[in-house]
Design a protein around this ligand. Structure first.
Ligand code: LMR
Length: 402
């Protein structure tokens, strides 16, 4: 009888699942790969490409990997915090030199920026199951699933108008004006994904002010530091809001600024209200990480640590990062100069901007021109090469003209 029940029930477990739609951005990679046209243009997923259309491994990364291969003596466990020296080296990059000794800020290594966002969301729910987070729209499509999966309630507000290319700052501030003490605010530290539209320093100051007045808690996603206006400039806004807040979370990624996408290298930092509270936070981060990935993958963080701990490798990384940043800016300038309706792209930052195209127009450029961009009209500026930027701009303008 007992075994009969088991036999009857067990095959139905997975039959209860509904099929899920594949992630649209990841699906786009597969679609583009399958397109045989040699002149197709992949401006889908956010990956840096050089003028020849390749995603190179940075010189400093290659050298650090060689050093790692030579010198690593064990692959034994490091623990849930990951590589503590890596975390110590990232802290001043994100928060400024003065933050190194700030014992209210603690951090752990995470599997990429996604891992940092998810761990942060889990920490929030552990502290307050009723927590809610303000999220400007549009945002990176994976923010919602990552945050809601952990159980944090999202309160959406307008951030950007894709027709006028304007940040809807008044709407954002009025939404945050309804915030209660302890509410969270998701902020893109720089290189807003998907819009490329970053707050000005004055807007950051106003945001810092409302955060401080209303007791809000910023949750900053800093995934593209160095690819907007440079390493220091790209952290200014983050530092302003973190400074203004009694408590804050910062999800940091090295996947893009070291070009080590698949190594999944990130970190989560928490600013707590006191050193003692930071200690408690740390114990919670370690406990939560243990239930999800136990310990983060080592390779990427070890490489970043070796680069940052060596003056020459660090300088070489900085110069390659600045080159990547300059290339993004020059592609933006070329698009902006092509047609006045694309001029706004020159003022935006990072890998992404949005085109005011309908999903049908996005499909049309895919079919007619082999241009692969997200259905929202988001495109990866640096997916373009010097040879195809004009062809891309011409196709977009043709669609805009109807
Ligand atoms: C992107 O937005 O293209 C990147 O952040 C890659 C990803 O994981 O979605």
């Amino acid at each position: 009888m007992q075994s009969g029940v088991l036999v009857a029930n067990s095959p139905t477990l997975f039959d209860r699942l509904g099929a899920q739609k594949p992630d649209a951005l990841l699906q786009l990679i597969a679609l583009c790969n399958a397109d045989p046209r040699p002149d197709k243009i992949d401006v889908g997923v956010g990956v840096y490409k050089d003028s020849a259309g390749n995603t190179p491994i940075l010189r400093a990364v290659k050298k650090a990997e060689a050093i790692l291969l030579e010198t690593q003596e064990t692959k034994s466990y490091l623990g849930s915090q990951g590589d503590a020296r890596f975390v110590e080296l990232i802290k001043p990059i994100a928060f400024g030199e003065g933050a190194s000794g700030d014992d209210r800020i603690v951090g752990v290594q995470t599997p990429g920026g996604c891992g940092a966002l998810r761990l942060g969301a889990e920490l929030i729910v552990a502290a307050d199951p009723d927590a809610r987070i303000f999220v400007g729209q549009p945002t990176w499509p994976n923010h919602g699933p990552l945050i809601e999966c952990a159980g944090v309630r999202m309160v959406n507000h307008p951030y950007y108008d894709n027709q006028s290319h304007a940040i809807l700052f008044d709407e954002m501030m009025s939404a945050l004006g309804e915030g209660r003490p302890g509410d969270l605010v998701l902020v893109h530290g720089c290189c807003h994904n998907p819009t490329g539209a970053d707050l000005s320093l004055d807007q950051w100051r106003a945001l810092a002010d409302i955060v401080s007045r209303r007791g809000l808690i910023p949750f900053v996603d800093l995934a593209y530091q160095g690819l907007g206006h440079g390493l220091e400039a790209d952290a200014e806004g983050t530092r302003l809001v973190v400074e203004a807040a009694d408590q804050a979370l910062v999800a940091h990624s090295n996947d893009k600024n070291f070009g080590i996408y698949r190594e999944r290298t990130g970190s989560l930092f928490i600013k707590a209200s006191s050193k003692a509270a930071a200690g408690t936070v740390m114990s919670n981060l370690l406990g939560l990480a243990r239930t999800m990935w136990s310990m983060p993958p080592d390779h990427g963080a070890a490489v970043v640590r070796i680069v940052l701990d060596d003056a020459d490798l660090r300088a070489d990384w900085r110069s390659e990062l600045d080159e990547m940043c300059a290339r993004i800016r020059s592609l933006r300038a070329r698009l902006a100069a092509y047609d006045e309706r694309l001029a706004y792209i020159g003022d935006q930052n990072g890998m992404f901007s949005m085109l005011p195209l309908s999903p049908e127009q996005v499909l049309a450029v895919r079919e007619k021109d082999g241009i692969y961009m997200a259905g929202s009209g988001r495109f990866n500026v640096v997916g373009l090469s010097d040879d195809n930027v004009d062809r891309f701009a011409a196709a977009v303008v043709r669609e805009m003209d109807g």
